[in-house]
Design a protein around this ligand. Structure first.
Ligand code: NAD
Ligand code: DAU
Length: 369
């Protein structure tokens, strides 16, 4: 089995759902899913796994060394995939401490717990073990319009509290390999989008605000460039790196889809105009509103994913056109998920799940005492 951290968040949950869907019924490799359930963790996203004995959910913190060590000893995973993090740049500007706490200290403690467990393994299991750290392209800083895309050799120049905390975590992971021999691999991915994305991030926020008749807030001049990857392609890349990535190496993950933000917002509006036209015949574009820029806003990210393509044969399955259409369709078809997030009702899933524990729902467990 594998231990996934942060598996109730956007990418982690997509990863767990895809992982368990890979095997034919009952044959998928089991997942222990450790998630603190911050505001970004949503058990409702995993509701289809109720009754699936291959999924064990544990609410807890990667920085809780006693809990993590106990889980490792009990479940004996062959790998740890670390998604757990504070992930939103704007929140990191308003309150950086949580980012240092989880992304830096939490990763450090997780590495130490994993090192302790790994050292107890017999030689063959020790050699086969993997710690995969999921990171971001933001650690490389900002590109000018003419710079080449980030390769794995770019130097780290993080500019936000979020990216600085992720850069620190990447350095810790690297050091635990170099110093202690822990078998690590790191992925640095560009902006993800797709189902179950929390509507504080650009694409889901634009979809839900448009449908609610609210303003679509575009920061600054809207000409900042991001490189977009459909979340399920990120998940397939992580599976490839986990299977065959070289120890101690880092792999950039991206879909060669650089777009200015305003183009993304216009595309979302055009899809909504087509799929859910407004009664008054007007375009959702009329809701676009330029607002004050994000402090320290990175101008451009772009990922050169050739190493991953060349060495591990990975390619994204979706183009931006196919992925963004699927995404808008998913949000239109899952209004209840969106409304539970907006009302805060999704947080009641924790209570609901745990209340039900006495009647033994599969796939959900409280943190061990
Ligand atoms: P997210 O914010 O949606 O989810 C993070 C999850 O981690 C949540 O379920 C949260 O409850 C959990 N968590 C937070 N602190 C924790 C702690 N101390 N212990 C245990 N669990 C904790 O984030 P996401 O967008 O799914 O990103 C997942 C990972 O991928 C992050 O490490 C992020 O840096 C990285 N990443 C994200 C993107 C992107 O575009 N979203 C791109 C590249 C890399
Ligand atoms: O590049 C990978 C990173 O992508 C991940 O590491 C982060 O976890 C993830 O949150 C994302 O960071 P960004 O800051 O790029 O994503 P966000 O969706 O917050 O913003 C995307 C762009 O859109 C960015 O240039 C800011 C802009 N924006 C964002 C919001 C929320 C707006 O113009 N208006 C908005 O309301």
């Amino acid at each position: 089995m594998i231990l996934v951290t942060g598996g109730a968040g956007f990418i982690g949950a997509n990863f767990v759902l895809d992982w368990l869907a890979q095997g034919t019924a009952g044959s998928a490799e089991a997942v222990v899913n450790l998630d603190k359930l911050t505001y970004a963790g949503n058990l409702e996203t995993l509701s289809s796994l109720q009754g699936n004995a291959s999924h064990v959910f544990v609410q807890g913190d990667i920085g809780d060394s006693a809990l993590v060590s106990r889980l490792l000893a009990e479940h004996k995973p062959r790998a740890v995939v670390n998604f757990a993090a504070e992930s939103h740049v704007d929140r990191s500007i308003h309150g950086p401490e949580d980012f240092v706490q989880t992304n830096v200290l939490g990763t450090f403690r997780l590495l130490e717990s994993v090192r302790g467990y790994w050292n107890t393994l017999p030689a063959d299991e020790k050699a086969a073990f993997r710690f995969l750290h999921v990171s971001t392209d933001e650690v490389y800083g900002s590109l000018s319009a003419t710079d080449p895309a980030f390769t794995e050799d770019n130097k780290y120049e993080p500019n936000s509290p979020y990216s600085a905390s992720k850069a620190a975590s990447d350095h810790l992971v690297r050091a635990w390999h170099h110093t202690y021999g822990l078998p690590v691999v790191t992925t640095n991915c560009s902006n993800n989008y797709g189902p179950y994305h929390f509507p504080e991030k650009l694409i889901p926020l634009m979809i839900v605000n448009a449908l609610a008749g609210k303003n679509l807030p575009v920061y600054g001049d809207g000409m900042q460039v991001r490189d977009w990857l459909y979340v399920k392609d990120h998940c397939s890349a992580i599976r490839r790196v986990l299977a065959d990535g070289k120890l101690g190496e880092t792999y950039n993950v991206g879909g060669w889809n650089e777009k200015p933000n305003i183009e993304i917002v216009n595309t979302v509006c055009a899809l909504l105009d087509e799929l859910r036209p407004k009664a008054d015949g007007k375009s959702y574009r009329e809701q676009i509103s330029y607002v004050t820029d994000r402090p320290g806003h990175d101008r451009r990210y772009a990922i050169d994913a050739r190493k991953l393509e060349r060495e591990l044969g990975w390619k994204p399955a979706e183009t931006f056109d196919s992925g963004i259409r699927k995404t808008v369709e998913w949000y239109l078809a899952n209004a209840q998920w969106v409304s539970n997030v907006q009302s805060g009702a999704y947080r009641e899933w924790v209570e609901k799940q745990y209340d039900a524990e006495s009647t033994e729902p599969a796939g959900t467990a409280k943190a061990p005492a």
